[in-house]
Structures are given as structure tokens and as C-alpha cells.
Design a binder for this molecule. Structure first.
Ligand code: C2O
Ligand code: CU
Length: 442
């Protein structure tokens, strides 16, 4: 059972109860543990005036009045039930569970898996949080505008088998940190936008997990210095036997996540993301240190190879290739650079057709001059190769893969979640401009 579990989520009502009369199997296609805890959350999309640290007041769209929206935190195996209310004056809204392989009907894609919830409307999302990890949620109706205006938050699933800390044992620090921006003002969660370096007091010896979430359109580099650190997970999936690193510099494309773990030393640990960051410090002061810039983290060679549920050898049942190119287009009276997928823009982009059970390979070639974080809904894919070379580290699973200029990746996934899904660039302006396609089960 899950007694003693706390539905920790700032500002959002959580009410674990028994499974009761909810017909979960019918709703989600999965059957949870009958003793599963049910978490009910309410997300209300509403306008709010948000003060920036520059003194400027901006009118934002929020979930429950804050940016980011409330952190939703559950335990693996729990049933998650989220009621979305739309109190925006004149826009439809949905909630997409980014990186969570939910059943198709719960994926929150307006126009594909559901209609956008109109002003005054309500929709209830129900799914089992099957995989522990770091995820986030955001509106998927006109997302390039709605995410920029503030409709997003962290979604955290803690492992089921994690021992509940007893009174007297050291509680781990477990912080979800979203990097976000309003105009030119940058921020990391809980610290407000444009907040510079802020301090967080942590006693030496405490285990710390930092769940980094890049909620921006542009790639973000997070740098951690002042301690030995491990990258424990990428895109919600554990790294097998992560090695100790003397600090790290990790690039996350828009939508990607990474978990860092360390034991708090007696001296400050500094996490930076551009001009903002957090100092984890024994005395609660925002003192920093001067150290060499750590080496760039490379998931292709990190951790230890081990067997996976998806075979890395042999031929797939299907193999699709996506070519990203840069094109000058005449738009609104001038030439602008646009990005195409196989020379097309949505809805003329190819459809990736699969049959349930297929092993599917996707080769993604970026011939443009910009990063494109390609996001696959409903599935996690194993990275097989980068630039023709097989990955040699821990199995590296992604739901959002940043493909840098000139790079070619080959990824592989099992078609095990039927429906019509999105695959798109998570630079949401690019997606809106046509870097979007469908994965469809036939
Ligand atoms: Cu984070 Cu299709 O979305
Ligand atoms: Cu893009």
C-alpha cells in the first residue's frame, strides 16, 4: 500500500483516497494496483498579473494564478485525476503531459486527441503514473503562444519502491527547477523571473536531487559546480550506473529534462542557467566560487551499457527518415527563414504509419543552422546512433531529442501505445510554423 504518502504539491489540492468506483481500466486502458492511491488535482487556467523583479507587471495566463503552475507530485503507480477548468476570457486550453506515455485520449492535444476546452468548460484527465521521473505539463492549444504566456508546470513521479524516510533520518532535498522566461527576463522556479542567484540552505550530508526542466523554446545550458555530481536521469528515465562527475555542464533542448544528484558538501554548490541560478549552501548565503567551467555532459557515452526492452541490434519493422532544412520564405511582405520536414510543412508533412508491436526506427537529419528539439508524444525512444556512431553509454531514452545543426540521430522505439500522436519540434514557434507531423497506428 501507499499509506503515509504525502501528496506534496504547493497550492494544489491533493486528496489521496481509495480507488473507489473509478473504472480506471476502461478510462486508461491500464489496470493499476487495486490499492493505488488516487490523486485529484485541479488546474484552473486563468489570467493573472505577475510582477517581474524589474518592477514591470505583466498580464499572464496561468494555471491557478502562478507561473509556473502548481507542481504536481505523485508516486509511481498512483492514479492521477486532474480536473481542468478554463477561466480564460476568450481562448480554448488543454493540458499535455509532456514525456508521460499516457493513453492517447489523455494526451491533451487540441484537435487531435480532444477538442480544446472552451472558456467556462471542464475536462478531466485520468491516467496511471506508470513511470517514475521528471516531466512537465503545458497547454497544447496554440502552445507557442500559451506556453510563452505561462500555462505550464512541473509533473513529478517519485519511485514506488523509494523507502519513506522515518522521523530522524535525513530527508532528501528534491527540487523541480523549471527554467523559464518572460520577454528578456529569465528565471528558475520558485525564484521569480530575472532573479539572479538565489540561496537555498541545505545541511551538509543531505542527499540532493535537482530535476531540471527546460520550459523554454531555446536550448538552455545548466552548469553545476562545487560538488561531485551524477546525472541520474534524462527525460524521466534512469541512467544505468551513472559515473561521478566533477561538476557538469548540461545542454537541454526545449522540453527536455535531466536529474542531477549529489550529497551536500560543507561548501556551496552553484547551479546556473544563464544569468539566473540557485546556490545550495550550508549557511543559506548566496556565496559563489570560482572554478573552471566543467566539461560538457555527453549522454551518448555516459553510464554503462545494459540490456533494454527494445533490441538495439537487428533490423526494425519500419524505418523513417526526417530531414530538417532551412528555407527562405516570403511571408508578410518580407523574406523569413523557415524550417521544413522532408521539404514540407504541416499538414503536408509525412505520416509515420505503424502497426502495434512494430519496432520503429527514426533517422533525424538536421541540415539547418539551428537546434531543433524533436519531441515524440506517447513513447520513449532509445538513441541508437549519433552521426553514424552507436551510443556506448547507458541506454539513453528520450522523449525530446535536441538535434543540433549538422547532426544526424537514429532512434528506435516500440509502437506500444496505439493512437494518433504528435511528433514535432519543441521550439514551439517552429511547430506552429509547420515542423509538426503525426505518428499514426493503422
Ligand atoms: Cu511539450 Cu507536443 O509538446
Ligand atoms: Cu525547430
Amino acid at each position: 500500500g501507499h499509506s503515509g504518502h504525502q501528496p506534496g504539491s504547493a497550492g494544489s489540492p491533493g486528496s489521496p483516497g481509495s480507488l473507489g468506483a473509478v473504472d480506471v481500466a476502461a478510462l486508461t486502458g491500464t489496470r493499476p494496483d487495486p490499492s493505488a492511491v488516487v490523486h485529484h488535482f485541479t488546474l484552473t487556467a486563468q489570467p493573472a498579473t505577475i510582477p517581474l523583479s524589474s518592477g514591470q507587471q505583466v498580464s499572464a495566463w496561468t494555471f491557478n494564478g502562478t507561473i509556473p503552475g502548481p507542481e504536481l507530485r505523485v508516486t509511481q503507480g498512483d492514479l492521477v485525476e486532474v480536473t481542468l477548468h478554463n477561466e480564460l476570457p476568450d481562448a480554448g486550453v488543454t493540458v499535455h503531459w509532456h514525456g508521460v506515455d499516457v493513453p492517447n485520449a489523455m494526451d491533451g492535444v487540441a484537435g487531435v486527441t480532444q477538442d480544446a476546452v472552451p472558456p467556462g468548460g471542464t475536462f478531466v484527465y485520468r491516467f496511471v503514473a506508470a513511470q517514475a521521473g521528471t516531466y512537465w505539463y503545458h497547454s497544447h492549444q496554440q502552445s507557442s503562444e500559451q506556453v510563452r504566456r505561462g500555462l505550464y508546470g512541473a509533473f513529478i513521479v517519485t519511485p514506488r519502491d523509494q523507502p519513506q524516510p522515518d522521523a530522524g533520518t535525513v530527508q532528501p532535498v528534491d527540487d523541480a527547477i523549471l527554467r523559464h522566461r518572460w520577454g528578456s527576463e529569465e528565471g528558475v522556479t520558485t525564484l521569480g523571473l530575472d532573479a539572479g542567484l538565489q540561496a537555498r540552505q541545505v545541511d551538509p550530508g543531505r542527499p540532493v536531487r535537482l530535476r531540471l526542466i527546460n520550459a523554454e523554446t531555446d536550448p538552455a545550458t545548466f552548469t553545476l559546480t562545487g560538488t561531485t555530481v551524477r546525472v541520474a536521469a534524462i527525460d524521466g528515465t534512469d541512467i544505468h550506473q551513472p559515473a561521478d562527475l566533477p561538476g557538469t555542464r548540461i545542454l537541454l533542448g526545449g522540453g527536455s529534462r535531466a536529474d542531477l544528484i549529489f550529497t551536500m558538501p560543507t561548501t556551496p554548490v552553484v547551479l546556473r542557467a544563464g544569468t539566473v541560478g540557485i546556490v545550495y549552501s550550508p549557511d543559506g548565503r548566496a556565496d559563489t566560487h570560482t572554478v573552471a567551467v566543467p566539461a560538457q555532459f555527453d549522454p551518448a557515452t555516459y553510464g554503462t551499457l545494459t540490456a533494454t526492452t527494445v533490441p538495439t541490434g537487428g533490423a526494425p519493422d519500419r524505418h523513417y527518415t526526417l530531414r530538417i532544412d532551412e528555407r527562405l520564405r516570403f511571408y508578410d511582405g518580407r523574406f523569413v527563414v523557415g524550417y521544413t520536414l522532408n521539404d514540407a510543412l504541416y499538414p503536408d508533412t509525412p505520416v509515420l504509419q505503424v502497426t502495434a508491436g512494430d519496432l520503429v526506427d527514426l533517422t533525424i537529419i538536421n541540415r539547418s543552422g539551428l537546434d531543433h528539439p524533436m519531441h515524440l508524444h506517447g513513447h520513449h525512444a532509445l538513441v541508437l546512433q549519433r552521426d553514424g556512431r552507436p551510443t556506448t553509454g547507458s541506454p539513453w531514452w528520450v522523449d525530446t531529442l535536441n538535434v543540433a545543426p549538422g547532426q544526424t540521430y537514429r532512434i528506435r522505439f516500440r509502437a506500444d501505445n496505439p493512437g494518433i500522436w504528435m511528433e514535432h519540434c519543441h521550439n514551439l514557434e517552429h511547430a506552429a510554423d509547420g515542423m509538426t507531423l503525426h505518428l499514426a497506428y493503422t
